[in-house]
Design a protein around this ligand. Structure first.
Ligand SMILES: Cc1cc2nc3c(=O)[nH]c(=O)nc-3n(C[C@H](O)[C@H](O)[C@H](O)COP(=O)(O)OP(=O)(O)OC[C@H]3O[C@@H](n4cnc5c(N)ncnc54)[C@H](O)[C@@H]3O)c2cc1C
Length: 386
């Protein structure tokens, strides 16, 4: 039996069907552009579908806030856009301070983010105890961002890919990109001998695995994988509306409408390049921290633990923007444990870059150039400019 390769010509090819790639595919179809997305497994099966579900702007570097604000608008229209509310709620995100220094740091963040109108309220003392009697004694106060919230990543992320498909994108699942070439005009992306996609624009949304594609085009970046540890309890009587974080990092948790508490904190372990799981000692630490934060979890059982694989760059900022070396190549990866909320905004930005070559949202802080060796020509031109 002979098998023939399926050859597809398209305007834009995307590698990776996480929330970045899928929301880019949807945004491109809404602009009438033809799109083919290759996902080696199932869309939303990696970081985008296994994360904690925090939909949080508070605490992001100020450089990410324009993107986060753009995404915030998309989240508001989720059912109309992707056909499900994804259990998205603007339940509030409360960041807890456990010392004077923490409270000073939260105040400072409220100040530096003031131009973005996040509506941050600092709460402490009697008001804190009145509003959240369930908080353990170590919390001195905290910072509430009332319109931040939470969602179910297992529903939201695949729904972006389904919506893109309904809008006319060709979403090819179980189709790994095995090679890519560029002839100066067109990219030829192959999945073994099964599929060949040709496009003038290629978007690299391969998550923690995006570094290899970038390196192939002379843009090796110091990306490494991280594996946040996650756990969920049995359903408990509902008591907590807010999603909680802690200033300085550590534990975070939220309670879903069914009563289960989803918790994260500490690091899991990699089983191999593709798979990770929560580690026993991280879960033991999480359990202790959880009871300290929320004493009524004292007798709660974890019913499941898990982790995921996520790409981190040294400054914990993503790479988002056009390639420095290759016309038509666009990168969107390295979202460092915080890409779920901004994903739908990133998708719109990637679509703008593909169509117009620039974005209406500031993304200069995320340029890949910050990791590339400075060339002799650039040094000369910088010297001449001074
Ligand atoms: C446990 C955990 C908790 C997190 N919690 C939060 C949170 O609460 N809030 C928040 O905002 N963010 C959170 N994040 C981060 C967030 O999930 C990610 O930043 C975001 O999902 C990244 O999306 P992505 O599309 O870039 O990557 P991914 O979802 O990993 O998608 C990349 C896709 O590319 C595919 N791929 C890779 N190589 C190839 C290839 N050669 N061919 C075809 N396909 C390929 C992969 O299969 C994968 O599906 C968390 C992450 C983890 C792991």
């Amino acid at each position: 039996m002979t098998t023939s390769t399926r050859v597809i010509d398209t305007d834009v090819a995307i590698v990776g069907g996480g929330i970045m790639g899928a929301s880019a595919a949807l945004a491109l179809r809404r602009k009438g552009v033809s799109v083919v997305l290759l996902e080696r497994d199932l869309c939303g099966s990696r970081s985008s579908g296994v994360n904690y579900g925090g939909v949080r702007r508070q605490g992001r570097p100020v450089s990410q806030l324009p993107l986060a604000q753009r995404a915030h608008q998309v989240w508001a229209n989720l059912p109309a856009l992707i056909g499900t509310d994804g259990e998205y709620q603007r339940s509030g995100h409360f960041k807890i301070g456990r010392s004077e220094a923490d409270m000073a740091s939260l105040e400072k963040y409220a100040e530096v983010s003031r131009d973005f109108d996040l509506g941050i309220q600092l709460i402490s003392g009697a008001t804190l105890r009145e509003r959240c009697p369930w908080l353990g004694g170590r919390a001195m106060g905290g910072s509430l961002c009332p319109d931040d919230g939470q969602a179910n990543p297992r529903l939201v992320s695949p729904a972006f890919a389904l919506a893109a498909r309904r809008a006319g994108a060709q979403i090819l699942e179980r189709t790994p990109m095995t090679s890519v070439e560029h002839d100066g005009k067109l990219f030829t992306v192959r999945s073994g001998t099964a599929v060949t996609v040709r496009a003038p624009v290629l978007i690299n949304c391969a998550g923690a695995w995006a570094g290899a594609l970038a390196a192939q085009f002379g843009e090796a970046v110091p990306i490494h994988s991280g594996h946040p540890a996650m756990a969920v309890t049995e359903p408990l009587p509902f008591f907590m509306h807010w999603s909680l974080g802690v200033e300085g990092g550590g534990i975070y948790c939220r309670q879903v409408a069914r009563g289960n508490l989803v918790l994260g904190g500490g690091a899991g372990v990699a089983l191999d390049a593709d798979r990770a799981r929560s580690e026993r000692s991280a879960i033991a630490t999480l359990a202790v921290q959880a009871v300290e934060l929320l004493p009524q979890l004292k007798n709660a059982h974890f019913i499941r633990t898990w982790s995921g694989t996520e790409g981190y760059l040294p400054d914990r900022q993503p790479v988002l923007g056009k390639s420095h070396t290759t016309p038509g190549l666009i990168h969107g990866f390295g979202f460092a444990g915080a890409g779920f909320q901004i994903g739908p905004g990133v998708g719109e930005v990637l679509a703008e870059l593909a169509l117009d070559g620039r974005s209406t949202t500031p993304i200069a802080a995320f340029a890949i150039e910050r990791f590339l060796p400075t060339t002799v020509a650039e040094v000369a031109s910088t010297a001449a400019a001074h």
